[in-house]
Design a protein around this ligand. Structure first.
Ligand code: NIG
Ligand code: FE
Length: 411
């Protein structure tokens, strides 16, 4: 099946140079074509060009973009979209004065979500997560990474990852999965942290790997959760099974998580709100992608990742939502772009590249998606008519997306 998109005001995010990720000043670069058409065939971007040279299109389904921009669909490389229930009760506790960390210390937070997820049958969890995925697809997301981490026992972690895999099979959304059994210590191991780490390394990782349910390994490397040494044990155990690290580091404190992750050749280090000592230099000089999650900073009112410094220090930067019920209850990447521009001083084009090509790279998907490239998947966003792309992050609370095409088909 072929689809032709006509009257594209600006086709933005064109890249035919073969670059699979962008570093430092490269984030400001992108190709564009005004007054353009684009053809999708068999799920791929077949060709594009100027309206003055529109090819014969007999028999093709036509979509009139009416002067909207066409950009690559978002690539959200850090989510916890498989969860049982929202946590608006804790939201109100925070309004009443408790901090995110205080709520967790009282047994809420992640452990609250664990209790709900363990009790929910797999089918129900699948349905709830499926609905969330449909919503983010309408908001322009074409590929996502999904973490486990609300199960914290073998059966429940497997349940989460099975649901994540099924979502990728059922939807035109590309899904990569990450084992995050080291998200918190479950209640039954509250006084036996070493015992839980043994369970992760000796049982959960081997089971998950055997069933091929995870692509990556993650740990919440943080004061009060998993320290750098514990994180390294988990990354090492994952490495034995071919799981590359994507790690939660430096959200509330700097405790060596970046250096531990680099030692194990992490694909990405995520959060990075608190950077001290050589943290910035270490990550920017490496091939590991720094992933900023500004919706989390916004929602729980913590510092923003120094994205400007990362770009100016020649680092690899990606943007993601961190969609989860506790610290970032949204999967809306357009809002993440707005926060990147408004709060982290990123240029709209830098934000777009960080949310598309570099997000795809942080899931090892940038050879097939994340830019307007002939032969890549036709994962596209058609915006409302706009003269300049900057209008999208500028209109921070408005729906600026008209249509979304994933794998060559409108969703
Ligand atoms: O990335 N920081 C750890 N994990 C999540 C929050 C999980 C939750 O609160 O449920 C995060 O912010
Ligand atoms: Fe997270």
């Amino acid at each position: 099946m072929s689809t032709l998109i006509t009257h594209i005001g600006t086709l933005l995010g064109i890249r035919e140079d073969g670059k699979l990720r962008l570093r430092g000043a490269e984030l400001r670069e992108t190709g564009s074509l005004n007054d353009a058409w684009l053809i999708c065939q068999d799920g791929e971007i077949k060709d594009y060009g100027p309206m003055a040279e529109l090819p014969d299109h007999a028999g093709m389904v036509t979509i009139d973009a009416r002067g909207g921009h066409v950009i690559p669909a978002y690539c959200d490389s850090h989510t916890h979209i498989v969860f049982a229930q929202t946590r608006e009760g804790e939201f109100q506790d925070r309004i009443a004065g408790l901090s995110y960390e205080q709520i967790a210390q009282r047994g809420g937070g992640i452990l609250n979500s664990v209790e709900k997820l363990r009790a929910m049958p797999e089918e129900e969890l699948y349905e709830a997560s499926y609905r969330r995925c449909l919503e983010i697809m309408q908001q322009g997301t074409g590929s996502i990474e999904i973490k486990s981490g609300y199960g914290l026992d073998t059966a429940s972690e497997l349940k989460m990852l099975r649901v994540a895999r099924r979502l990728g099979e059922a939807l035109p959304l590309q899904v990569k999965t990450t084992l995050l059994a080291a998200h918190a210590y479950p209640r039954e191991f509250a006084d036996d942290h070493a015992g839980y780490i043994d369970l992760i390394c000796d049982e959960i990782i081997p089971h998950v790997a055997e069933e091929g349910l995870a692509d990556y390994i993650d740990a919440f490397c943080e004061r009060g959760y998993f320290d750098a040494q514990e994180t390294e044990r988990i990354l090492e155990a994952g490495q034995k099974y071919g799981l590359r690290p994507k790690v939660h580091v430096n959200q509330f404190s700097s405790c060596g998580g970046i250096q531990s992750s680099l030692k194990y050749d992490a694909l990405s280090v995520d959060h990075l709100e608190v950077m001290e000592g050589s943290d910035l230099e270490d990550v920017c000089q490496s091939d590991t992608i720094a992933t900023a999650l500004p919706a989390c900073s916004f929602f729980i009112d913590i510092p923003y990742t120094p994205a400007r410094d990362i770009i100016d220090s020649n680092g690899l930067l990606a943007l993601a939502t961190d969609y989860n019920p506790g610290s970032s209850p949204t999967g809306n990447m357009s809002f993440v772009l707005s926060l990147a521009c408004i709060r982290m001083n990123m240029h709209p084009i830098e934000a777009l590249n960080a949310a598309t090509l570099n997000g795809a790279a942080a899931m090892e998907l940038s050879d097939t998606t994340g830019s307007i490239t002939r032969g890549k998947r036709a994962d596209l966003i058609i915006t409302r008519p706009m003269k300049e792309f900057a209008l999208l992050p500028y209109r921070f609370a408005d729906r600026m997306i008209e249509r979304v095409v994933l794998n060559g088909r409108p969703v």
